[in-house]
Design a binder for this molecule. Structure first.
Ligand code: UD1
Length: 315
């Protein structure tokens, strides 16, 4: 019987968690609807039982949760601008999907659900670093949808006793992130363009900053969250990041070295729904999970650029 379910298993983060579980010899089931997931991301995960299904369909959730002990819920439409263009679609695939999954998890006797929260929950509040006691202030439909999922996690712990853990991810990047959509994460887009000798576009003046978090750190936090004692972590929300930030202009300069791109970026109007600065306080995950970043930004970016250089992410 499968012990672990990964939702969004054909997505960037889901496939990375599944790969780490398989490498440990665990029994893993994955589900993905391929709305944004890619079949290419399943290569190397052949030992995983895979279900093609949409979590907005309760029957798919029931099938996915049967016999599972721990769920990593990574499925989402992970994009602020996409949610601005289609808030209803984001709600369906983030909020409806999460609620259906929780209902199915409870019915199936799942012990723990670990949820991919988003730093976008903090919104525009100027305080840095962001810590978990701050009142959420979401400003995009995406942020609202991801935050609603967090609250559902909390409610299912309080009301039904399901163990839940929320990991609030800060701008995750790394190999397998899709670089081909204009909704893709900025580092994936920049790597792909700059390696191809194409000019990237910075929205705004490039002085916005992010706590860009390399994927291995996020996988590490998830594995810790799965193993941690319930009395320590259940019902808790923890930032999952590096605790340092860098501006887009600085990042561009590093990527110039890594990719050999010799041009300058184009600058365009700031994007609607964007926040300016993001930086995590990661002490809580340190206390509750023993988490600390295992790969720093520069090394992560080097590995990422190498992956795209080797042909990763082409479609
Ligand atoms: C937000 C969340 C993040 C979440 C992600 C999901 C915050 C702080 N972060 O990321 O936790 O995982 O949504 O998608 O809310 N940009 C360019 N050129 C491009 C593309 C983007 O300049 O070609 C800029 C954007 O305008 C933004 C920055 O790069 O200022 C980062 O954008 P993106 O990678 O889309 O992530 P966030 O929206 O910050």
């Amino acid at each position: 019987m499968p012990s672990y379910l990964v939702t969004g298993a054909a997505g960037f983060i889901g496939r990375s968690i599944a790969a780490a579980l398989l490498a440990r010899g665990e029994t893993v089931r994955g589900i993905d609807s391929f709305i944004t997931g890619k079949r290419a991301n399943l290569v190397g995960l052949e030992a995983m039982e895979f279900i093609e299904g949409d979590l907005a369909d309760p029957a798919a959730c029931a099938k996915a949760c049967a016999g599972v002990e721990i769920v990593f819920h990574e499925a989402a439409l992970a994009s602020v601008p996409r949610s601005v263009a289609d808030p209803v679609g984001t709600n369906r695939n983030c909020v409806d999907a999460t609620l259906n999954l929780l209902v199915a998890a409870r019915a199936a006797g799942v012990r723990r659900v670990i949820y991919a929260g988003s730093s976008s929950a903090y919104g525009e509040s100027p305080t840095l670093p962001k810590h978990e006691q701050m009142l959420p202030a979401p400003i995009s439909p995406y942020a609202v949808a991801k935050l609603a999922g967090e609250h559902y996690m909390g409610a299912f712990t309080r009301v039904y006793g399901l163990e839940t853990v929320v990991l609030r991810y800060f701008n995750v990047f790394g190999p397998h992130q899709d670089p081909t959509s204009h909704y893709s994460g900025v580092l994936a887009i920049f790597c792909r363009r700059m390696l191809a000798g194409q000019q990237p576009t910075i929205f705004g003046n490039g002085e916005q900053s992010r706590d860009f978090t390399y994927i291995d750190n996020v996988v590490h936090a998830n594995l810790l969250a799965a193993a941690a004692p319930a009395e320590k972590v259940s019902g808790r929300t923890m930032n999952t990041a590096t605790g340092s930030r860098i501006t887009l202009n600085e990042t561009f300069a590093i990527l110039r070295e890594l990719t050999g791109y010799s041009g300058q970026p184009a600058y365009a109007e700031e994007r609607a729904g964007d926040i300016r600065d993001s930086l995590a306080d990661i002490r809580l995950a340190g206390e509750l999970l023993g988490y600390k970043p295992i790969v720093d930004f520069r090394e992560g970016l080097r590995r990422t650029a190498e992956w795209y250089r080797g042909g990763g992410g082409q479609e």
